[in-house]
Design a protein around this ligand. Structure first.
Ligand code: 5GP
Ligand code: MN
Length: 342
Protein backbone atom coordinates (compact mmCIF):
# COMPACT_ATOMS: atom_id res chain seq x y z
CA UNK A 1 0.00 0.00 0.00
CA UNK A 2 2.97 2.28 0.53
CA UNK A 3 4.14 2.27 -3.05
CA UNK A 4 3.02 5.92 -3.23
CA UNK A 5 5.71 6.93 -0.71
CA UNK A 6 8.73 4.75 -1.55
CA UNK A 7 11.61 5.04 0.89
CA UNK A 8 14.08 6.20 -1.77
CA UNK A 9 11.89 9.30 -2.27
CA UNK A 10 10.85 9.94 1.32
CA UNK A 11 14.17 9.17 3.02
CA UNK A 12 15.73 12.65 2.65
CA UNK A 13 12.49 14.16 3.91
CA UNK A 14 12.24 11.90 6.95
CA UNK A 15 15.93 12.58 7.66
CA UNK A 16 15.27 16.31 7.55
CA UNK A 17 12.33 15.80 9.91
CA UNK A 18 14.36 13.74 12.37
CA UNK A 19 15.10 16.95 14.31
CA UNK A 20 12.47 19.53 15.34
CA UNK A 21 11.68 21.94 12.49
CA UNK A 22 9.61 25.02 11.83
CA UNK A 23 7.00 23.92 9.33
CA UNK A 24 4.20 25.64 7.43
CA UNK A 25 1.27 23.69 5.99
CA UNK A 26 -0.92 25.38 3.43
CA UNK A 27 -3.81 24.42 1.17
CA UNK A 28 -6.10 25.89 -1.49
CA UNK A 29 -8.27 29.01 -1.35
CA UNK A 30 -11.72 28.40 0.18
CA UNK A 31 -10.58 25.13 1.78
CA UNK A 32 -12.99 22.19 1.83
CA UNK A 33 -13.15 19.08 4.05
CA UNK A 34 -10.20 17.39 2.39
CA UNK A 35 -8.08 20.55 2.43
CA UNK A 36 -8.67 21.15 6.14
CA UNK A 37 -8.72 17.46 7.10
CA UNK A 38 -5.35 16.81 5.45
CA UNK A 39 -3.81 20.04 6.80
CA UNK A 40 -4.92 19.43 10.38
CA UNK A 41 -4.31 15.67 10.22
CA UNK A 42 -0.71 16.33 9.21
CA UNK A 43 -0.49 19.25 11.67
CA UNK A 44 -1.51 17.07 14.63
CA UNK A 45 0.94 14.37 13.57
CA UNK A 46 3.89 16.74 13.13
CA UNK A 47 3.17 18.47 16.45
CA UNK A 48 3.16 15.04 18.09
CA UNK A 49 6.62 14.49 16.56
CA UNK A 50 7.92 17.67 18.23
CA UNK A 51 7.84 20.13 15.34
CA UNK A 52 6.65 23.76 15.42
CA UNK A 53 3.86 23.77 12.89
CA UNK A 54 1.69 26.54 11.48
CA UNK A 55 -1.30 25.89 9.21
CA UNK A 56 -1.99 28.90 6.96
CA UNK A 57 -5.16 28.95 4.86
CA UNK A 58 -5.41 31.42 1.97
CA UNK A 59 -8.97 32.31 3.08
CA UNK A 60 -11.67 31.42 5.59
CA UNK A 61 -13.31 28.00 5.56
CA UNK A 62 -16.82 26.77 6.43
CA UNK A 63 -18.16 26.64 10.00
CA UNK A 64 -18.89 22.93 9.65
CA UNK A 65 -15.10 22.33 9.71
CA UNK A 66 -14.43 24.41 12.81
CA UNK A 67 -14.57 21.38 15.12
CA UNK A 68 -11.38 19.84 13.68
CA UNK A 69 -8.64 19.49 16.27
CA UNK A 70 -6.10 22.31 15.91
CA UNK A 71 -8.56 24.55 14.04
CA UNK A 72 -8.11 27.28 16.66
CA UNK A 73 -4.42 27.62 15.72
CA UNK A 74 -4.99 28.08 11.97
CA UNK A 75 -3.94 31.42 10.46
CA UNK A 76 -6.23 32.86 7.79
CA UNK A 77 -3.96 34.77 5.41
CA UNK A 78 -6.72 37.19 4.37
CA UNK A 79 -7.36 38.12 8.00
CA UNK A 80 -3.74 37.96 9.21
CA UNK A 81 -1.40 38.71 6.30
CA UNK A 82 1.41 40.04 8.51
CA UNK A 83 1.53 37.08 10.87
CA UNK A 84 1.20 34.65 7.95
CA UNK A 85 4.13 36.28 6.16
CA UNK A 86 6.24 36.09 9.32
CA UNK A 87 5.51 32.37 9.78
CA UNK A 88 6.29 31.67 6.14
CA UNK A 89 9.57 33.58 6.36
CA UNK A 90 10.59 31.65 9.47
CA UNK A 91 9.67 28.24 8.10
CA UNK A 92 12.21 25.62 7.09
CA UNK A 93 9.78 23.46 5.10
CA UNK A 94 6.38 24.02 3.48
CA UNK A 95 3.76 21.35 2.87
CA UNK A 96 1.33 22.12 0.03
CA UNK A 97 -1.77 19.97 0.42
CA UNK A 98 -4.82 19.35 -1.77
CA UNK A 99 -3.81 21.71 -4.61
CA UNK A 100 -1.12 21.51 -7.26
CA UNK A 101 -0.81 24.96 -8.84
CA UNK A 102 0.47 27.84 -6.73
CA UNK A 103 -2.22 30.08 -8.27
CA UNK A 104 -4.75 28.10 -6.19
CA UNK A 105 -3.63 29.94 -3.04
CA UNK A 106 -4.65 33.28 -4.59
CA UNK A 107 -3.24 36.19 -2.51
CA UNK A 108 -0.69 33.93 -0.81
CA UNK A 109 0.87 32.96 -4.15
CA UNK A 110 3.64 35.62 -4.34
CA UNK A 111 4.88 34.75 -0.83
CA UNK A 112 4.82 31.04 -1.53
CA UNK A 113 6.57 31.47 -4.86
CA UNK A 114 9.24 33.70 -3.30
CA UNK A 115 10.04 31.23 -0.52
CA UNK A 116 13.24 29.29 -1.13
CA UNK A 117 12.73 26.52 1.44
CA UNK A 118 11.81 23.02 0.23
CA UNK A 119 8.16 22.59 -0.76
CA UNK A 120 6.45 19.23 -0.41
CA UNK A 121 3.41 18.58 -2.58
CA UNK A 122 0.94 15.93 -1.44
CA UNK A 123 -2.09 16.02 -3.69
CA UNK A 124 -4.53 14.15 -5.93
CA UNK A 125 -5.43 16.68 -8.67
CA UNK A 126 -4.50 16.24 -12.33
CA UNK A 127 -1.47 17.97 -13.92
CA UNK A 128 0.68 19.46 -11.13
CA UNK A 129 2.87 22.53 -11.61
CA UNK A 130 6.57 21.76 -11.73
CA UNK A 131 7.70 23.85 -8.75
CA UNK A 132 7.84 21.43 -5.84
CA UNK A 133 11.00 20.01 -4.29
CA UNK A 134 9.16 16.80 -3.42
CA UNK A 135 6.09 15.96 -5.47
CA UNK A 136 3.73 13.24 -4.30
CA UNK A 137 0.97 13.61 -6.87
CA UNK A 138 -1.56 10.76 -7.17
CA UNK A 139 -4.69 11.64 -9.16
CA UNK A 140 -6.03 8.13 -8.54
CA UNK A 141 -6.15 8.74 -4.77
CA UNK A 142 -9.66 9.49 -3.51
CA UNK A 143 -8.45 12.35 -1.34
CA UNK A 144 -5.38 14.08 0.02
CA UNK A 145 -6.33 12.67 3.43
CA UNK A 146 -5.85 9.13 2.12
CA UNK A 147 -2.35 10.20 1.00
CA UNK A 148 -1.55 11.75 4.39
CA UNK A 149 -2.44 8.45 6.06
CA UNK A 150 -0.07 6.65 3.68
CA UNK A 151 2.61 9.30 4.19
CA UNK A 152 2.48 8.83 7.98
CA UNK A 153 2.44 5.06 7.48
CA UNK A 154 5.56 5.33 5.31
CA UNK A 155 7.43 6.67 8.35
CA UNK A 156 6.30 3.58 10.30
CA UNK A 157 4.10 5.83 12.43
CA UNK A 158 0.61 4.43 11.79
CA UNK A 159 0.59 3.41 15.47
CA UNK A 160 0.90 7.06 16.50
CA UNK A 161 -2.51 7.93 15.09
CA UNK A 162 -4.78 9.37 17.75
CA UNK A 163 -8.34 10.68 17.68
CA UNK A 164 -7.30 14.16 16.49
CA UNK A 165 -5.33 12.87 13.52
CA UNK A 166 -7.80 10.09 12.74
CA UNK A 167 -10.91 12.29 12.72
CA UNK A 168 -9.21 14.91 10.54
CA UNK A 169 -8.27 12.28 7.96
CA UNK A 170 -11.68 10.55 8.19
CA UNK A 171 -13.34 13.91 7.48
CA UNK A 172 -11.45 14.51 4.23
CA UNK A 173 -11.92 11.00 2.88
CA UNK A 174 -15.63 11.25 3.70
CA UNK A 175 -16.17 14.66 2.06
CA UNK A 176 -14.07 14.04 -1.07
CA UNK A 177 -15.81 10.74 -1.80
CA UNK A 178 -19.29 12.12 -1.03
CA UNK A 179 -19.56 9.71 1.91
CA UNK A 180 -17.58 6.82 0.41
CA UNK A 181 -19.63 6.50 -2.78
CA UNK A 182 -17.36 7.62 -5.64
CA UNK A 183 -15.40 5.42 -8.04
CA UNK A 184 -12.22 6.69 -6.33
CA UNK A 185 -13.22 4.82 -3.15
CA UNK A 186 -11.17 1.61 -3.28
CA UNK A 187 -11.05 -1.41 -0.97
CA UNK A 188 -7.76 -0.06 0.37
CA UNK A 189 -9.47 3.19 1.28
CA UNK A 190 -12.07 1.26 3.29
CA UNK A 191 -9.17 -0.47 5.04
CA UNK A 192 -7.72 2.94 5.91
CA UNK A 193 -11.12 4.04 7.24
CA UNK A 194 -11.16 0.97 9.49
CA UNK A 195 -7.71 1.90 10.81
CA UNK A 196 -8.86 5.46 11.46
CA UNK A 197 -11.84 4.19 13.46
CA UNK A 198 -9.57 1.87 15.44
CA UNK A 199 -7.34 4.88 16.16
CA UNK A 200 -10.28 6.75 17.68
CA UNK A 201 -12.26 8.39 14.87
CA UNK A 202 -15.91 8.39 15.89
CA UNK A 203 -17.52 7.95 12.48
CA UNK A 204 -21.09 9.05 13.18
CA UNK A 205 -19.88 12.15 15.02
CA UNK A 206 -17.79 13.27 12.06
CA UNK A 207 -20.80 12.80 9.76
CA UNK A 208 -23.00 14.80 12.12
CA UNK A 209 -20.49 17.63 12.50
CA UNK A 210 -20.14 18.04 8.75
CA UNK A 211 -23.55 17.18 7.34
CA UNK A 212 -26.01 18.07 10.13
CA UNK A 213 -24.69 21.53 10.73
CA UNK A 214 -26.91 23.56 8.40
CA UNK A 215 -28.47 26.85 9.35
CA UNK A 216 -32.12 27.42 8.46
CA UNK A 217 -30.90 29.90 5.84
CA UNK A 218 -28.71 27.30 4.19
CA UNK A 219 -31.58 24.85 3.85
CA UNK A 220 -33.90 27.52 2.49
CA UNK A 221 -31.23 28.53 -0.03
CA UNK A 222 -31.11 24.89 -1.14
CA UNK A 223 -34.92 24.84 -1.48
CA UNK A 224 -34.90 28.08 -3.47
CA UNK A 225 -32.08 26.85 -5.74
CA UNK A 226 -33.86 23.61 -6.57
CA UNK A 227 -37.32 25.11 -7.01
CA UNK A 228 -36.48 28.35 -8.80
CA UNK A 229 -32.98 28.11 -10.21
CA UNK A 230 -32.43 24.63 -11.58
CA UNK A 231 -32.29 24.32 -15.37
CA UNK A 232 -32.28 20.90 -17.01
CA UNK A 233 -31.09 20.60 -20.61
CA UNK A 234 -32.17 17.11 -21.62
CA UNK A 235 -30.57 17.34 -25.07
CA UNK A 236 -27.19 17.78 -23.43
CA UNK A 237 -27.79 15.55 -20.41
CA UNK A 238 -26.79 18.60 -18.40
CA UNK A 239 -28.32 20.44 -15.46
CA UNK A 240 -27.16 23.68 -13.84
CA UNK A 241 -27.95 26.17 -11.10
CA UNK A 242 -26.82 29.78 -10.94
CA UNK A 243 -27.01 32.20 -8.02
CA UNK A 244 -26.30 35.91 -8.06
CA UNK A 245 -24.71 37.82 -5.19
CA UNK A 246 -28.15 39.30 -4.39
CA UNK A 247 -29.75 35.87 -4.21
CA UNK A 248 -26.96 34.62 -1.94
CA UNK A 249 -27.46 37.64 0.26
CA UNK A 250 -31.23 36.98 0.50
CA UNK A 251 -30.26 33.87 2.49
CA UNK A 252 -27.46 35.52 4.45
CA UNK A 253 -24.90 33.37 2.64
CA UNK A 254 -21.90 32.08 4.59
CA UNK A 255 -18.85 30.19 3.31
CA UNK A 256 -19.78 26.54 2.68
CA UNK A 257 -23.54 27.13 2.32
CA UNK A 258 -23.56 26.06 -1.33
CA UNK A 259 -21.21 23.09 -0.81
CA UNK A 260 -22.81 20.00 -2.36
CA UNK A 261 -25.52 21.94 -4.20
CA UNK A 262 -24.15 20.87 -7.58
CA UNK A 263 -24.60 17.21 -6.59
CA UNK A 264 -28.38 17.63 -6.54
CA UNK A 265 -28.30 18.65 -10.18
CA UNK A 266 -26.14 15.61 -10.97
CA UNK A 267 -28.55 13.27 -9.14
CA UNK A 268 -31.24 13.68 -11.83
CA UNK A 269 -31.58 10.43 -13.74
CA UNK A 270 -29.81 10.63 -17.09
CA UNK A 271 -27.81 13.75 -16.26
CA UNK A 272 -24.11 13.35 -17.07
CA UNK A 273 -22.85 16.85 -16.28
CA UNK A 274 -23.89 19.37 -13.66
CA UNK A 275 -22.68 22.92 -13.09
CA UNK A 276 -23.14 25.47 -10.36
CA UNK A 277 -22.40 29.15 -11.01
CA UNK A 278 -22.19 31.75 -8.27
CA UNK A 279 -21.32 35.41 -8.27
CA UNK A 280 -18.75 36.23 -5.62
CA UNK A 281 -16.20 38.99 -5.01
CA UNK A 282 -16.83 40.49 -8.42
CA UNK A 283 -16.27 37.29 -10.36
CA UNK A 284 -18.09 34.10 -11.25
CA UNK A 285 -17.06 30.86 -9.56
CA UNK A 286 -18.06 27.54 -11.08
CA UNK A 287 -18.30 23.98 -9.80
CA UNK A 288 -18.56 21.16 -12.31
CA UNK A 289 -19.45 17.53 -11.70
CA UNK A 290 -19.86 14.63 -14.14
CA UNK A 291 -20.51 10.93 -14.35
CA UNK A 292 -18.59 8.26 -16.25
CA UNK A 293 -16.02 9.18 -18.89
CA UNK A 294 -17.07 12.78 -19.45
CA UNK A 295 -14.21 14.94 -18.16
CA UNK A 296 -15.21 18.23 -16.56
CA UNK A 297 -11.51 18.73 -15.82
CA UNK A 298 -10.91 19.11 -19.56
CA UNK A 299 -13.85 21.48 -20.01
CA UNK A 300 -13.03 23.67 -17.01
CA UNK A 301 -9.33 23.96 -17.82
CA UNK A 302 -10.04 24.75 -21.49
CA UNK A 303 -12.74 27.38 -20.97
CA UNK A 304 -12.86 28.47 -17.34
CA UNK A 305 -9.27 28.78 -16.03
CA UNK A 306 -9.93 25.76 -13.86
CA UNK A 307 -9.03 22.17 -13.22
CA UNK A 308 -9.41 19.45 -10.64
CA UNK A 309 -10.49 15.88 -11.31
CA UNK A 310 -12.19 14.12 -14.21
CA UNK A 311 -15.57 14.02 -12.44
CA UNK A 312 -15.22 17.01 -10.08
CA UNK A 313 -13.68 20.28 -11.17
CA UNK A 314 -13.92 23.97 -10.58
CA UNK A 315 -13.19 27.12 -12.48
CA UNK A 316 -13.80 30.83 -12.61
CA UNK A 317 -14.55 33.68 -14.96
CA UNK A 318 -14.19 37.43 -14.85
CA UNK A 319 -17.36 37.72 -16.94
CA UNK A 320 -20.67 38.49 -15.24
CA UNK A 321 -22.82 35.63 -14.00
CA UNK A 322 -25.15 35.89 -17.01
CA UNK A 323 -22.30 36.04 -19.53
CA UNK A 324 -20.52 33.09 -17.90
CA UNK A 325 -23.68 30.98 -18.06
CA UNK A 326 -24.11 32.08 -21.68
CA UNK A 327 -20.52 31.08 -22.46
CA UNK A 328 -21.25 27.66 -20.95
CA UNK A 329 -24.42 27.32 -23.04
CA UNK A 330 -22.47 28.33 -26.16
CA UNK A 331 -19.83 25.63 -25.71
CA UNK A 332 -22.29 22.85 -24.84
CA UNK A 333 -22.95 21.96 -28.51
CA UNK A 334 -19.23 21.06 -28.88
CA UNK A 335 -19.74 18.40 -26.23
CA UNK A 336 -23.20 17.19 -27.32
CA UNK A 337 -22.07 13.94 -28.91
CA UNK A 338 -19.72 13.11 -26.02
CA UNK A 339 -22.48 13.80 -23.49
CA UNK A 340 -24.86 11.56 -25.41
CA UNK A 341 -22.46 8.61 -25.62
CA UNK A 342 -23.52 5.66 -23.53
P1 5GP B 1 -15.45 22.46 -5.95
O1 5GP B 1 -16.43 22.45 -7.08
O2 5GP B 1 -15.85 21.52 -4.87
O3 5GP B 1 -15.10 23.83 -5.50
O4 5GP B 1 -14.10 21.89 -6.56
C1 5GP B 1 -14.05 20.66 -7.22
C2 5GP B 1 -12.61 20.30 -7.49
O5 5GP B 1 -12.05 21.20 -8.42
C3 5GP B 1 -11.75 20.38 -6.23
O6 5GP B 1 -10.86 19.30 -6.25
C4 5GP B 1 -11.04 21.70 -6.36
O7 5GP B 1 -9.78 21.67 -5.76
C5 5GP B 1 -10.95 21.90 -7.86
N1 5GP B 1 -11.12 23.31 -8.18
C6 5GP B 1 -12.11 24.13 -7.76
N2 5GP B 1 -11.97 25.37 -8.25
C7 5GP B 1 -10.84 25.37 -8.99
C8 5GP B 1 -10.14 26.37 -9.76
O8 5GP B 1 -10.53 27.54 -9.87
N3 5GP B 1 -9.00 25.95 -10.39
C9 5GP B 1 -8.55 24.67 -10.32
N4 5GP B 1 -7.43 24.36 -10.97
N5 5GP B 1 -9.17 23.72 -9.61
C10 5GP B 1 -10.31 24.04 -8.97
MN1 MN C 1 -9.21 16.83 -2.23
Amino acid sequence: MNSRFPSEETKPLWNFLSTPRKIVITTHHRPDGDAMGSSLGLYNYLVLKGHQVQVITPSEYPDFLHWLSGHENVLDFEKNPGESKKKLNESELIFCLDFNWLSRVEGLEPLLRASTVPKVLIDHHLKPENVFTYSFSYPDACSTCELIYQFIDSAGDADLLNQSIAESLYCGIMTDTNSFRYESMKADTHRIIAKLMEAGAVNYKVHEQVYDHSTENRLRLLGYSLKEKLTVLNDFKTAYISLSENELQMFNFKSGDTEGLVNYALSIEGVKMAAFFSERDGMTKISFRSKGDFSVQELSSKYFEGGGHKNASGGKSILSLESTVQKFLDILPFYKSKLNEN
